[in-house]
Design a protein around this ligand. Sequence first.
Ligand SMILES: [Zn+2]
Length: 390
Amino acid sequence: MNLNILWLFVTPLFFAFGWLAGRIDMKTVIRQAKQLPQRLYDGIEALIDNRTGIASDNIRDIVEQEPQLTELHLSLGKLYRNRGENDIAIKSHTKLLNSQFLISQTEKDKVRLELARDFQNAGLIDRAENLLLKLLESELYSHKAQELLLDIYQQDKNWKDAIDTAKKLATSDYSFHTEVAQFNCELAQEALIKSDNQKALEYINFALEINRKCVRANILLGELFYNQEKFDDALKTWQLVEKQNHLYLPMVIERVFDCYIQLNKIKEGLTLVKGYITLYPQLNLCDILYQKLIAYESTATILEYLRTTIKNHPNSKAASRIIELHINNITPDVSPYTKPDAEIVRHLLLSYNARLARFSCGRCNFKAQTFFWQCPACYEWESISPVSLE
Ligand SMILES: [Zn+2]
C-alpha cells in the first residue's frame, strides 16, 4: 500500500525532471545555433587575415557541434593540411570517412581523395597510393586519382608506373610527351649509372620516339657513345643539341671539346667552340671554354674572348678570369701592392659569382645553384633555363 502511494509521487516527479532536462537541452541547442553564424563569421574573418590557427579552431567547433556539415568538415581537413598539420588532417578526414552522415559512394570517394593527399603530404606514399588505386574505379574521381598517382610516382621516382599513368592521362589537349620522354631519360640515366648500356639505349630511343625535341635524350646518348669510346658518334650526337635547342649548349660544350681532343682534332674543336661563342654570346660559354682554351690558345686570344663575353653577358666570373690572366704579368716593380690587391678583387668577384649565379625556373621563379630538369618547387619539367644568370 505504502509503495503504491510512493509511486504516485515519484512518477510525476520523474516526468517533471525529464521535461526540465529537455528544456535545458533545448536552450543549449538554441544558444549554440545562435552562435553558429558568429563562429562561422569569425572563422572566415580569421582565414582572410591569414590567422589559419584561429580559423581552424572556429571551424572545428562548428563541425563538432554540427557533424552533418560534411563539406565544412572536409574543408577543415584541407585547412589542417595547408597548415602542414598532416597528422591532424589525416585524423580529421578519417573521422569524416567513418561518419554516419556520409551516405553516397561519391561523397566517400571525395573524402578518400583528400585523405590520399594528406598521406602524400605526410610522406606516407604507400597508403596514398593504395587509396588512389581504389579510387580508379570511382565514377567522378578516377581522373583526379590518376593525376595524383602520377605526382606520387614522380615523387617516388617510380618512372615505369609514371610512364603508364601519363600515357593513360594523355589527351588531344595535353599529350604528356615532354614528361614521358623525361621519365624515359630518368630510366636511361639509372641504366647508365649501372653501366647497362643496352637498357640505357632502349630508354633513350623511347624518349626520342615520343619527343624528338628531347635534348636530354641526346645528351645521354652522347654520354653513352663517349663511354664506349665512340667519340665520332658522341660528337655528332652532341652537335644535334645546337639544332634542338642551342640554350642547352653550355651543358655539352665541354664534352664536345673533349671529343675533339680524343679524336686529335684540336684545331677543328677550337674553330667550332669559338664559333659558338660568337654565335651565342648570351650563353656564357666563356668560363667553360676558358678552362679548355688555356692549354691551346695565347693569353691575348683568350682575353679577347673574355672581353667579348663581358660586353654581351656581364658577369663576375669572366671579370675574375681577366684579372687571373693579367696577374702573372704583374711585377713587383710596378708596386708591391698591385698583385695582392688584384688577388683580393679576383677572390671577391669569384665569391660574388658563387653566391649570385643561379638557374631560374621560368614558371615559378625558383632559383638554384644547380641545374634541374624538373623544378623542385613547382615540379614542372624543362622549366629551368640551362643558362645561369647572376
Ligand atoms: Zn618552378
